[in-house]
Ligand binder design. Structure first.
Ligand SMILES: *[C@@H]1O[C@H](CO)[C@@H](O)[C@H](O)[C@H]1NC(C)=O
Ligand SMILES: *[C@@H]1O[C@H](CO)[C@@H](O)[C@H](O)[C@H]1NC(C)=O
Ligand SMILES: *[C@@H]1O[C@H](CO)[C@@H](O)[C@H](O)[C@H]1NC(C)=O
Length: 490
Protein backbone atom coordinates (compact mmCIF):
# COMPACT_ATOMS: atom_id res chain seq x y z
CA UNK A 1 0.00 0.00 0.00
CA UNK A 2 1.37 3.41 -0.97
CA UNK A 3 0.23 6.76 0.29
CA UNK A 4 0.80 9.75 -1.92
CA UNK A 5 1.72 12.90 -0.02
CA UNK A 6 -1.66 14.46 -0.76
CA UNK A 7 -3.47 11.41 0.56
CA UNK A 8 -1.28 11.42 3.60
CA UNK A 9 -2.20 14.99 4.32
CA UNK A 10 -5.90 14.39 3.94
CA UNK A 11 -5.67 11.72 6.60
CA UNK A 12 -4.24 14.16 9.12
CA UNK A 13 -6.49 16.15 11.37
CA UNK A 14 -6.43 19.85 10.53
CA UNK A 15 -3.45 21.60 11.97
CA UNK A 16 -1.43 18.47 12.70
CA UNK A 17 0.24 18.42 9.29
CA UNK A 18 2.66 21.26 9.93
CA UNK A 19 4.31 19.13 12.58
CA UNK A 20 5.48 16.64 9.94
CA UNK A 21 6.38 19.08 7.22
CA UNK A 22 9.79 20.53 6.57
CA UNK A 23 9.96 24.11 7.87
CA UNK A 24 10.66 25.50 4.39
CA UNK A 25 7.12 24.64 3.27
CA UNK A 26 4.81 27.57 3.51
CA UNK A 27 2.33 26.57 6.11
CA UNK A 28 -0.47 28.68 4.72
CA UNK A 29 -0.38 27.03 1.27
CA UNK A 30 -0.39 23.61 2.82
CA UNK A 31 -3.29 24.41 5.01
CA UNK A 32 -5.31 25.62 2.09
CA UNK A 33 -4.61 22.58 -0.07
CA UNK A 34 -5.32 20.25 2.81
CA UNK A 35 -8.65 21.76 3.58
CA UNK A 36 -9.65 21.71 -0.09
CA UNK A 37 -8.90 18.02 -0.23
CA UNK A 38 -10.69 17.38 2.99
CA UNK A 39 -13.61 19.21 1.57
CA UNK A 40 -13.52 17.23 -1.66
CA UNK A 41 -13.29 13.84 -0.08
CA UNK A 42 -14.94 14.74 3.15
CA UNK A 43 -17.79 12.31 2.72
CA UNK A 44 -15.47 9.32 2.43
CA UNK A 45 -13.20 10.45 5.21
CA UNK A 46 -10.09 9.84 3.09
CA UNK A 47 -8.89 9.96 -0.46
CA UNK A 48 -9.31 6.41 -1.72
CA UNK A 49 -8.09 7.32 -5.20
CA UNK A 50 -4.52 7.76 -4.05
CA UNK A 51 -4.21 4.78 -1.75
CA UNK A 52 -2.75 2.62 -4.51
CA UNK A 53 -0.60 3.48 -7.45
CA UNK A 54 -2.18 3.05 -10.85
CA UNK A 55 -0.36 -0.21 -11.58
CA UNK A 56 -1.29 -1.58 -8.17
CA UNK A 57 -4.88 -0.72 -8.89
CA UNK A 58 -4.69 -2.59 -12.19
CA UNK A 59 -3.28 -5.62 -10.39
CA UNK A 60 -6.00 -5.58 -7.78
CA UNK A 61 -8.61 -5.29 -10.48
CA UNK A 62 -7.15 -8.19 -12.45
CA UNK A 63 -6.84 -10.28 -9.36
CA UNK A 64 -10.47 -9.66 -8.43
CA UNK A 65 -11.57 -10.50 -11.95
CA UNK A 66 -9.65 -13.75 -11.84
CA UNK A 67 -11.19 -14.58 -8.47
CA UNK A 68 -14.72 -14.04 -9.70
CA UNK A 69 -13.97 -16.03 -12.87
CA UNK A 70 -12.69 -18.89 -10.71
CA UNK A 71 -15.59 -18.82 -8.31
CA UNK A 72 -17.96 -18.98 -11.28
CA UNK A 73 -16.06 -22.01 -12.49
CA UNK A 74 -15.99 -23.61 -9.06
CA UNK A 75 -19.76 -23.33 -8.96
CA UNK A 76 -20.61 -24.36 -12.47
CA UNK A 77 -18.03 -27.06 -13.23
CA UNK A 78 -18.86 -30.70 -12.74
CA UNK A 79 -16.43 -32.70 -10.60
CA UNK A 80 -13.25 -33.92 -12.26
CA UNK A 81 -13.99 -36.97 -14.38
CA UNK A 82 -11.39 -39.71 -14.06
CA UNK A 83 -10.31 -41.94 -16.90
CA UNK A 84 -12.26 -45.14 -17.16
CA UNK A 85 -9.47 -47.55 -18.02
CA UNK A 86 -6.79 -46.70 -15.48
CA UNK A 87 -6.92 -50.34 -14.40
CA UNK A 88 -5.24 -51.60 -11.27
CA UNK A 89 -1.61 -51.91 -12.32
CA UNK A 90 0.68 -49.00 -13.07
CA UNK A 91 4.28 -49.20 -14.17
CA UNK A 92 6.82 -46.41 -13.69
CA UNK A 93 9.88 -46.23 -15.91
CA UNK A 94 12.80 -43.86 -16.31
CA UNK A 95 13.18 -43.29 -12.58
CA UNK A 96 16.56 -44.06 -11.07
CA UNK A 97 16.04 -45.58 -7.59
CA UNK A 98 19.13 -43.72 -6.41
CA UNK A 99 17.45 -40.39 -7.11
CA UNK A 100 14.75 -38.60 -5.17
CA UNK A 101 12.26 -38.56 -8.04
CA UNK A 102 11.73 -42.33 -7.75
CA UNK A 103 10.54 -42.07 -4.17
CA UNK A 104 8.46 -39.02 -4.91
CA UNK A 105 6.61 -40.62 -7.80
CA UNK A 106 5.76 -43.61 -5.61
CA UNK A 107 4.54 -41.27 -2.89
CA UNK A 108 2.20 -39.56 -5.36
CA UNK A 109 0.81 -42.83 -6.69
CA UNK A 110 0.33 -44.28 -3.23
CA UNK A 111 -0.90 -41.40 -1.13
CA UNK A 112 -3.88 -41.77 1.18
CA UNK A 113 -4.91 -38.21 0.34
CA UNK A 114 -5.15 -39.09 -3.34
CA UNK A 115 -7.53 -42.05 -3.21
CA UNK A 116 -8.24 -41.62 -6.92
CA UNK A 117 -4.72 -42.96 -7.41
CA UNK A 118 -3.90 -44.95 -4.30
CA UNK A 119 -7.18 -46.90 -4.28
CA UNK A 120 -7.07 -47.41 -8.03
CA UNK A 121 -3.62 -48.87 -8.33
CA UNK A 122 -3.36 -52.09 -6.37
CA UNK A 123 -0.02 -52.83 -7.93
CA UNK A 124 2.85 -50.52 -8.80
CA UNK A 125 5.70 -51.90 -10.86
CA UNK A 126 8.99 -50.03 -10.85
CA UNK A 127 10.91 -50.74 -14.03
CA UNK A 128 14.57 -50.32 -13.06
CA UNK A 129 18.07 -51.16 -14.24
CA UNK A 130 18.87 -53.13 -11.12
CA UNK A 131 16.09 -54.75 -9.09
CA UNK A 132 18.33 -55.30 -6.08
CA UNK A 133 19.19 -51.64 -5.84
CA UNK A 134 15.55 -50.75 -6.47
CA UNK A 135 14.37 -52.87 -3.57
CA UNK A 136 17.00 -51.49 -1.28
CA UNK A 137 16.25 -47.89 -2.11
CA UNK A 138 12.51 -47.89 -2.60
CA UNK A 139 11.23 -50.17 0.13
CA UNK A 140 11.76 -47.94 3.12
CA UNK A 141 11.01 -48.49 6.74
CA UNK A 142 7.52 -47.06 6.39
CA UNK A 143 6.59 -49.14 3.33
CA UNK A 144 4.56 -51.41 5.55
CA UNK A 145 2.45 -48.62 7.04
CA UNK A 146 1.81 -46.91 3.75
CA UNK A 147 0.82 -50.19 2.14
CA UNK A 148 3.55 -49.80 -0.44
CA UNK A 149 5.09 -53.09 0.61
CA UNK A 150 2.04 -54.99 -0.65
CA UNK A 151 1.85 -53.03 -3.88
CA UNK A 152 5.36 -52.59 -5.13
CA UNK A 153 6.87 -54.95 -7.66
CA UNK A 154 9.89 -54.67 -9.93
CA UNK A 155 10.92 -55.48 -13.44
CA UNK A 156 14.50 -55.24 -14.64
CA UNK A 157 15.44 -53.53 -17.87
CA UNK A 158 17.21 -55.67 -20.45
CA UNK A 159 19.96 -53.13 -20.87
CA UNK A 160 20.82 -49.92 -19.09
CA UNK A 161 18.05 -47.37 -19.50
CA UNK A 162 15.94 -49.70 -21.68
CA UNK A 163 12.18 -49.32 -21.71
CA UNK A 164 9.98 -52.14 -20.45
CA UNK A 165 9.31 -54.74 -23.13
CA UNK A 166 5.89 -55.75 -24.41
CA UNK A 167 6.19 -58.92 -22.33
CA UNK A 168 7.06 -56.94 -19.21
CA UNK A 169 4.01 -54.78 -19.76
CA UNK A 170 1.66 -57.73 -19.74
CA UNK A 171 -1.23 -56.97 -17.39
CA UNK A 172 -0.13 -53.36 -16.97
CA UNK A 173 -2.96 -50.89 -17.57
CA UNK A 174 -1.26 -47.53 -16.91
CA UNK A 175 2.26 -46.31 -17.46
CA UNK A 176 4.10 -43.25 -16.17
CA UNK A 177 7.22 -42.83 -18.27
CA UNK A 178 9.91 -40.33 -17.38
CA UNK A 179 12.38 -39.20 -20.00
CA UNK A 180 15.34 -37.17 -18.74
CA UNK A 181 17.56 -34.73 -20.57
CA UNK A 182 14.82 -33.50 -22.91
CA UNK A 183 15.41 -36.55 -25.10
CA UNK A 184 12.37 -36.43 -27.36
CA UNK A 185 13.73 -39.24 -29.55
CA UNK A 186 12.67 -41.76 -26.87
CA UNK A 187 9.00 -40.97 -27.27
CA UNK A 188 8.49 -42.89 -30.47
CA UNK A 189 9.83 -46.04 -28.79
CA UNK A 190 7.52 -45.55 -25.84
CA UNK A 191 4.54 -45.25 -28.16
CA UNK A 192 5.63 -48.35 -30.10
CA UNK A 193 5.96 -50.52 -26.98
CA UNK A 194 2.67 -49.25 -25.57
CA UNK A 195 0.97 -49.99 -28.90
CA UNK A 196 2.32 -53.52 -28.73
CA UNK A 197 1.17 -54.15 -25.17
CA UNK A 198 -2.50 -54.97 -25.31
CA UNK A 199 -3.32 -54.26 -21.67
CA UNK A 200 -1.82 -50.74 -21.67
CA UNK A 201 -4.60 -48.16 -21.86
CA UNK A 202 -3.01 -44.98 -20.46
CA UNK A 203 0.45 -43.55 -20.83
CA UNK A 204 1.59 -40.35 -19.14
CA UNK A 205 4.97 -39.15 -20.31
CA UNK A 206 7.03 -36.59 -18.43
CA UNK A 207 10.01 -35.13 -20.26
CA UNK A 208 12.33 -33.18 -17.97
CA UNK A 209 15.46 -31.17 -18.75
CA UNK A 210 13.92 -29.97 -22.01
CA UNK A 211 15.07 -26.34 -21.78
CA UNK A 212 16.90 -26.64 -25.10
CA UNK A 213 14.24 -28.25 -27.26
CA UNK A 214 12.61 -26.24 -30.04
CA UNK A 215 8.93 -25.64 -30.43
CA UNK A 216 9.09 -27.26 -33.86
CA UNK A 217 10.41 -30.52 -32.37
CA UNK A 218 7.63 -30.55 -29.82
CA UNK A 219 5.05 -30.08 -32.53
CA UNK A 220 6.51 -32.98 -34.50
CA UNK A 221 6.31 -35.16 -31.41
CA UNK A 222 2.67 -34.23 -30.93
CA UNK A 223 1.91 -35.15 -34.55
CA UNK A 224 3.71 -38.46 -34.09
CA UNK A 225 1.71 -39.28 -30.96
CA UNK A 226 -1.55 -38.29 -32.60
CA UNK A 227 -1.00 -40.61 -35.51
CA UNK A 228 0.75 -43.55 -33.82
CA UNK A 229 -0.98 -43.87 -30.46
CA UNK A 230 -4.17 -45.70 -31.36
CA UNK A 231 -4.71 -48.26 -28.61
CA UNK A 232 -4.16 -46.08 -25.55
CA UNK A 233 -4.71 -42.56 -24.21
CA UNK A 234 -1.68 -40.37 -23.65
CA UNK A 235 -0.64 -37.16 -21.97
CA UNK A 236 2.71 -35.53 -22.58
CA UNK A 237 4.11 -32.94 -20.16
CA UNK A 238 7.43 -31.30 -20.99
CA UNK A 239 9.38 -29.24 -18.43
CA UNK A 240 12.78 -27.54 -18.30
CA UNK A 241 15.47 -28.75 -15.93
CA UNK A 242 14.34 -29.78 -12.48
CA UNK A 243 14.96 -28.00 -9.20
CA UNK A 244 14.46 -29.25 -5.64
CA UNK A 245 11.62 -26.95 -4.62
CA UNK A 246 8.67 -28.71 -2.99
CA UNK A 247 5.39 -28.94 -4.87
CA UNK A 248 2.82 -26.14 -4.67
CA UNK A 249 5.48 -23.65 -3.70
CA UNK A 250 5.38 -21.67 -6.89
CA UNK A 251 2.60 -21.06 -9.41
CA UNK A 252 2.96 -22.67 -12.82
CA UNK A 253 1.72 -22.12 -16.32
CA UNK A 254 0.70 -24.68 -18.92
CA UNK A 255 0.73 -24.09 -22.66
CA UNK A 256 -0.45 -26.42 -25.44
CA UNK A 257 2.43 -27.59 -27.59
CA UNK A 258 0.47 -26.29 -30.58
CA UNK A 259 0.66 -22.80 -29.07
CA UNK A 260 4.36 -22.63 -28.16
CA UNK A 261 6.77 -20.26 -29.85
CA UNK A 262 9.38 -22.08 -31.87
CA UNK A 263 12.47 -20.38 -30.47
CA UNK A 264 11.26 -20.13 -26.90
CA UNK A 265 8.72 -22.85 -26.11
CA UNK A 266 9.09 -22.09 -22.39
CA UNK A 267 8.96 -18.34 -22.81
CA UNK A 268 11.84 -15.88 -22.76
CA UNK A 269 12.97 -16.63 -19.25
CA UNK A 270 13.09 -20.43 -19.07
CA UNK A 271 14.20 -21.02 -15.48
CA UNK A 272 13.87 -24.42 -13.85
CA UNK A 273 10.85 -26.39 -12.68
CA UNK A 274 10.11 -28.07 -9.37
CA UNK A 275 10.69 -31.80 -9.77
CA UNK A 276 8.01 -32.62 -7.26
CA UNK A 277 5.52 -30.32 -8.97
CA UNK A 278 6.15 -31.97 -12.33
CA UNK A 279 5.54 -35.40 -10.78
CA UNK A 280 2.34 -34.13 -9.21
CA UNK A 281 1.16 -32.79 -12.56
CA UNK A 282 2.00 -35.95 -14.49
CA UNK A 283 0.31 -38.28 -11.98
CA UNK A 284 -2.84 -36.17 -11.79
CA UNK A 285 -2.86 -35.84 -15.57
CA UNK A 286 -2.68 -39.63 -15.85
CA UNK A 287 -5.98 -39.83 -13.96
CA UNK A 288 -7.81 -36.86 -15.50
CA UNK A 289 -10.06 -37.78 -18.38
CA UNK A 290 -9.85 -34.34 -19.98
CA UNK A 291 -6.04 -34.48 -19.98
CA UNK A 292 -6.11 -37.41 -22.40
CA UNK A 293 -4.66 -36.48 -25.78
CA UNK A 294 -2.93 -33.38 -24.42
CA UNK A 295 0.65 -32.43 -25.17
CA UNK A 296 1.73 -29.47 -23.05
CA UNK A 297 4.74 -27.66 -21.69
CA UNK A 298 4.81 -26.45 -18.09
CA UNK A 299 6.79 -23.52 -16.78
CA UNK A 300 7.24 -22.02 -13.35
CA UNK A 301 5.54 -18.66 -12.80
CA UNK A 302 7.47 -17.03 -9.95
CA UNK A 303 6.22 -13.54 -10.88
CA UNK A 304 3.66 -12.66 -8.21
CA UNK A 305 1.84 -10.42 -10.68
CA UNK A 306 1.40 -12.93 -13.47
CA UNK A 307 -1.97 -14.31 -14.55
CA UNK A 308 -0.63 -17.77 -13.80
CA UNK A 309 -0.03 -16.77 -10.20
CA UNK A 310 -3.45 -15.17 -9.88
CA UNK A 311 -5.08 -18.29 -11.30
CA UNK A 312 -3.16 -20.87 -9.31
CA UNK A 313 -3.21 -18.94 -6.04
CA UNK A 314 -6.86 -18.08 -6.57
CA UNK A 315 -7.76 -21.73 -7.00
CA UNK A 316 -5.89 -22.63 -3.84
CA UNK A 317 -7.63 -19.87 -1.90
CA UNK A 318 -11.06 -20.88 -3.12
CA UNK A 319 -10.39 -24.48 -2.17
CA UNK A 320 -9.73 -26.33 -5.42
CA UNK A 321 -7.75 -29.47 -4.67
CA UNK A 322 -4.68 -30.24 -6.71
CA UNK A 323 -6.55 -32.60 -9.01
CA UNK A 324 -8.97 -29.81 -9.92
CA UNK A 325 -6.13 -27.32 -10.18
CA UNK A 326 -4.17 -29.46 -12.63
CA UNK A 327 -7.30 -30.16 -14.67
CA UNK A 328 -8.05 -26.47 -14.87
CA UNK A 329 -4.52 -25.45 -15.84
CA UNK A 330 -4.25 -28.18 -18.49
CA UNK A 331 -7.66 -27.72 -20.05
CA UNK A 332 -8.06 -23.94 -19.74
CA UNK A 333 -5.04 -22.24 -18.21
CA UNK A 334 -4.20 -18.65 -19.01
CA UNK A 335 -5.35 -19.13 -22.59
CA UNK A 336 -8.78 -20.18 -21.41
CA UNK A 337 -8.98 -17.10 -19.20
CA UNK A 338 -7.99 -14.78 -22.02
CA UNK A 339 -10.47 -16.43 -24.36
CA UNK A 340 -13.20 -15.84 -21.81
CA UNK A 341 -12.21 -12.16 -21.60
CA UNK A 342 -12.26 -11.87 -25.37
CA UNK A 343 -15.74 -13.34 -25.74
CA UNK A 344 -16.95 -11.23 -22.86
CA UNK A 345 -15.67 -8.08 -24.60
CA UNK A 346 -17.41 -9.10 -27.79
CA UNK A 347 -20.63 -9.55 -25.85
CA UNK A 348 -20.27 -6.11 -24.30
CA UNK A 349 -19.62 -4.55 -27.70
CA UNK A 350 -22.79 -6.08 -29.03
CA UNK A 351 -25.06 -5.32 -26.15
CA UNK A 352 -23.52 -2.17 -24.73
CA UNK A 353 -24.54 -3.30 -21.29
CA UNK A 354 -24.95 -0.41 -18.83
CA UNK A 355 -22.12 0.01 -16.34
CA UNK A 356 -23.13 -1.56 -13.05
CA UNK A 357 -23.89 0.93 -10.29
CA UNK A 358 -21.79 1.06 -7.14
CA UNK A 359 -24.63 -0.55 -5.30
CA UNK A 360 -24.79 -3.45 -7.75
CA UNK A 361 -21.05 -3.87 -7.54
CA UNK A 362 -21.14 -3.93 -3.77
CA UNK A 363 -23.96 -6.47 -3.84
CA UNK A 364 -22.07 -8.65 -6.27
CA UNK A 365 -18.90 -8.44 -4.21
CA UNK A 366 -20.85 -9.37 -1.10
CA UNK A 367 -22.46 -12.40 -2.71
CA UNK A 368 -19.09 -13.45 -4.09
CA UNK A 369 -17.66 -13.16 -0.62
CA UNK A 370 -20.52 -15.30 0.67
CA UNK A 371 -20.03 -17.87 -2.03
CA UNK A 372 -16.36 -18.01 -1.20
CA UNK A 373 -17.15 -18.52 2.48
CA UNK A 374 -19.60 -21.28 1.58
CA UNK A 375 -17.05 -22.99 -0.61
CA UNK A 376 -14.41 -22.76 2.06
CA UNK A 377 -16.90 -24.18 4.55
CA UNK A 378 -17.72 -27.05 2.22
CA UNK A 379 -14.08 -27.80 1.78
CA UNK A 380 -13.49 -27.77 5.51
CA UNK A 381 -16.42 -30.13 5.98
CA UNK A 382 -15.07 -32.65 3.52
CA UNK A 383 -11.64 -32.35 5.10
CA UNK A 384 -13.12 -33.05 8.50
CA UNK A 385 -15.03 -36.02 7.10
CA UNK A 386 -11.80 -37.40 5.63
CA UNK A 387 -10.02 -36.95 8.92
CA UNK A 388 -12.83 -38.66 10.80
CA UNK A 389 -12.75 -41.60 8.43
CA UNK A 390 -9.00 -41.91 8.82
CA UNK A 391 -9.32 -41.84 12.62
CA UNK A 392 -12.14 -44.38 12.50
CA UNK A 393 -10.13 -46.73 10.29
CA UNK A 394 -7.18 -46.38 12.62
CA UNK A 395 -9.36 -47.19 15.63
CA UNK A 396 -10.95 -50.20 13.91
CA UNK A 397 -7.59 -51.57 12.78
CA UNK A 398 -6.19 -51.29 16.28
CA UNK A 399 -9.28 -52.94 17.68
CA UNK A 400 -8.96 -55.76 15.17
CA UNK A 401 -5.34 -56.27 16.11
CA UNK A 402 -6.14 -56.18 19.85
CA UNK A 403 -8.96 -58.70 19.47
CA UNK A 404 -7.04 -61.01 17.19
CA UNK A 405 -4.14 -61.08 19.64
CA UNK A 406 -6.52 -62.51 22.26
CA UNK A 407 -8.17 -65.08 20.05
CA UNK A 408 -8.51 -65.97 16.42
CA UNK A 409 -11.15 -63.92 14.66
CA UNK A 410 -12.97 -65.78 11.89
CA UNK A 411 -13.16 -62.77 9.59
CA UNK A 412 -10.64 -60.56 7.81
CA UNK A 413 -9.68 -57.06 8.85
CA UNK A 414 -11.71 -55.40 6.12
CA UNK A 415 -14.91 -57.18 7.05
CA UNK A 416 -14.26 -56.49 10.71
CA UNK A 417 -13.92 -52.78 9.98
CA UNK A 418 -17.17 -52.81 8.08
CA UNK A 419 -19.01 -54.44 10.96
CA UNK A 420 -17.70 -52.10 13.65
CA UNK A 421 -17.81 -48.99 11.43
CA UNK A 422 -20.56 -47.15 13.37
CA UNK A 423 -18.68 -47.60 16.59
CA UNK A 424 -15.42 -46.62 14.92
CA UNK A 425 -16.95 -43.39 13.62
CA UNK A 426 -18.31 -42.69 17.08
CA UNK A 427 -14.85 -43.16 18.61
CA UNK A 428 -13.31 -41.03 15.87
CA UNK A 429 -15.78 -38.23 16.49
CA UNK A 430 -15.02 -38.26 20.22
CA UNK A 431 -11.32 -38.19 19.54
CA UNK A 432 -11.61 -35.49 16.90
CA UNK A 433 -13.57 -33.18 19.19
CA UNK A 434 -11.20 -33.85 22.06
CA UNK A 435 -8.26 -32.97 19.80
CA UNK A 436 -10.02 -29.80 18.73
CA UNK A 437 -10.60 -28.85 22.35
CA UNK A 438 -14.39 -29.02 21.97
CA UNK A 439 -16.74 -30.01 24.78
CA UNK A 440 -17.01 -33.75 25.20
CA UNK A 441 -19.05 -35.52 27.87
CA UNK A 442 -17.64 -38.95 27.29
CA UNK A 443 -19.67 -40.99 29.77
CA UNK A 444 -22.95 -39.46 28.72
CA UNK A 445 -22.21 -39.75 25.04
CA UNK A 446 -21.13 -43.35 25.37
CA UNK A 447 -24.35 -44.17 27.17
CA UNK A 448 -26.33 -42.40 24.46
CA UNK A 449 -24.48 -44.26 21.72
CA UNK A 450 -25.25 -47.59 23.37
CA UNK A 451 -28.93 -46.68 23.59
CA UNK A 452 -29.01 -45.71 19.93
CA UNK A 453 -27.30 -48.90 18.88
CA UNK A 454 -29.76 -50.94 20.91
CA UNK A 455 -32.69 -49.15 19.29
CA UNK A 456 -31.22 -49.67 15.83
CA UNK A 457 -30.62 -53.34 16.46
CA UNK A 458 -34.18 -53.74 17.64
CA UNK A 459 -35.49 -51.93 14.56
CA UNK A 460 -33.40 -54.10 12.26
CA UNK A 461 -34.61 -57.19 14.05
CA UNK A 462 -38.20 -56.05 13.77
CA UNK A 463 -37.82 -55.42 10.06
CA UNK A 464 -36.35 -58.84 9.51
CA UNK A 465 -39.21 -60.36 11.45
CA UNK A 466 -41.77 -58.46 9.36
CA UNK A 467 -40.16 -59.58 6.20
CA UNK A 468 -40.29 -63.14 7.41
CA UNK A 469 -43.91 -62.90 8.51
CA UNK A 470 -44.84 -61.41 5.13
CA UNK A 471 -43.58 -64.49 3.32
CA UNK A 472 -46.20 -67.08 2.70
CA UNK A 473 -45.15 -70.72 2.89
CA UNK A 474 -45.35 -70.98 -0.92
CA UNK A 475 -42.67 -68.34 -1.24
CA UNK A 476 -40.18 -70.61 0.36
CA UNK A 477 -39.01 -73.29 -1.98
CA UNK A 478 -38.33 -76.10 -1.58
CA UNK A 479 -40.81 -76.58 1.31
CA UNK A 480 -38.59 -79.00 3.28
CA UNK A 481 -36.19 -76.12 3.91
CA UNK A 482 -38.81 -74.27 5.94
CA UNK A 483 -37.82 -75.83 9.21
CA UNK A 484 -34.20 -75.11 8.55
CA UNK A 485 -34.88 -71.47 7.81
CA UNK A 486 -37.09 -70.88 10.83
CA UNK A 487 -34.21 -71.36 13.24
CA UNK A 488 -34.12 -68.61 15.77
CA UNK A 489 -37.86 -68.97 16.35
CA UNK A 490 -39.07 -66.10 14.20
C1 LIG B 1 -5.25 -25.71 -25.33
O1 LIG B 1 -6.04 -25.49 -26.47
C2 LIG B 1 -7.44 -25.51 -26.27
C3 LIG B 1 -8.09 -25.36 -27.62
O2 LIG B 1 -7.73 -24.18 -28.22
C4 LIG B 1 -7.83 -24.40 -25.32
O3 LIG B 1 -9.20 -24.43 -25.07
C5 LIG B 1 -7.08 -24.58 -24.01
O4 LIG B 1 -7.36 -23.50 -23.16
C6 LIG B 1 -5.58 -24.67 -24.27
N1 LIG B 1 -4.92 -25.01 -23.01
C7 LIG B 1 -3.99 -24.25 -22.49
C8 LIG B 1 -3.41 -24.73 -21.22
O5 LIG B 1 -3.59 -23.25 -23.05
C1 LIG C 1 -21.94 -35.52 31.80
O1 LIG C 1 -23.27 -35.93 31.78
C2 LIG C 1 -23.72 -36.56 32.99
C3 LIG C 1 -25.11 -37.09 32.77
O2 LIG C 1 -25.94 -36.15 32.14
C4 LIG C 1 -23.66 -35.54 34.13
O3 LIG C 1 -24.07 -36.14 35.34
C5 LIG C 1 -22.25 -35.01 34.25
O4 LIG C 1 -22.21 -33.99 35.21
C6 LIG C 1 -21.76 -34.47 32.89
N1 LIG C 1 -20.35 -34.15 33.00
C7 LIG C 1 -19.87 -33.00 32.53
C8 LIG C 1 -18.40 -32.81 32.71
O5 LIG C 1 -20.56 -32.14 31.98
C1 LIG D 1 -44.97 -56.53 5.06
O1 LIG D 1 -46.27 -56.33 4.53
C2 LIG D 1 -46.85 -55.10 4.92
C3 LIG D 1 -48.28 -55.09 4.43
O2 LIG D 1 -48.43 -55.73 3.22
C4 LIG D 1 -46.03 -53.93 4.35
O3 LIG D 1 -46.60 -52.70 4.72
C5 LIG D 1 -44.63 -54.04 4.86
O4 LIG D 1 -43.81 -53.02 4.27
C6 LIG D 1 -44.03 -55.41 4.56
N1 LIG D 1 -42.75 -55.49 5.25
C7 LIG D 1 -41.64 -55.88 4.63
C8 LIG D 1 -40.42 -55.86 5.48
O5 LIG D 1 -41.60 -56.24 3.46
Amino acid sequence: MKFGLAAYLTLLPLGAHSFHLPSSTSSSTTTRSTSTQLYQFGTLGFDTANLYSRSEEEQIKTRNEVMSYLSEIAQSSPPVVLRKHLGSTVVISGFNPEEAASQEILAFLNNEFSPHLSDTFKKIIAHVDDVKVGKKRLIGRNARYTGLLDKLDFTQSESEGALPTVVQLEGVSSWVAHVAGGDLSKLEDIVAVAEGAESVKNVAILVSGAQNVKGEELKQVEEMMKSKATTFEYTLVVVPEWNDEPEANCAFGIVNVTDVVDDAPFGEDVGSFSREESLRIITEALAIDKAAGKCVVATAAPDAKSLETYLVQGMREIGFDRLQEVEHMVTRGVKGYNEMLATEKEGVAWEKAPEPTDEELALEAASKEERMVLMRQKRQDTEKEEELKALATEWAKREFLRKSLKRRIPIGEEEFIEIVWDRAMFEADLKYRTMMGLAVNESEERAQFKEDQKARKAAAYKKEQDRWNNLSTEDIEPPEQTTAVTFGGM
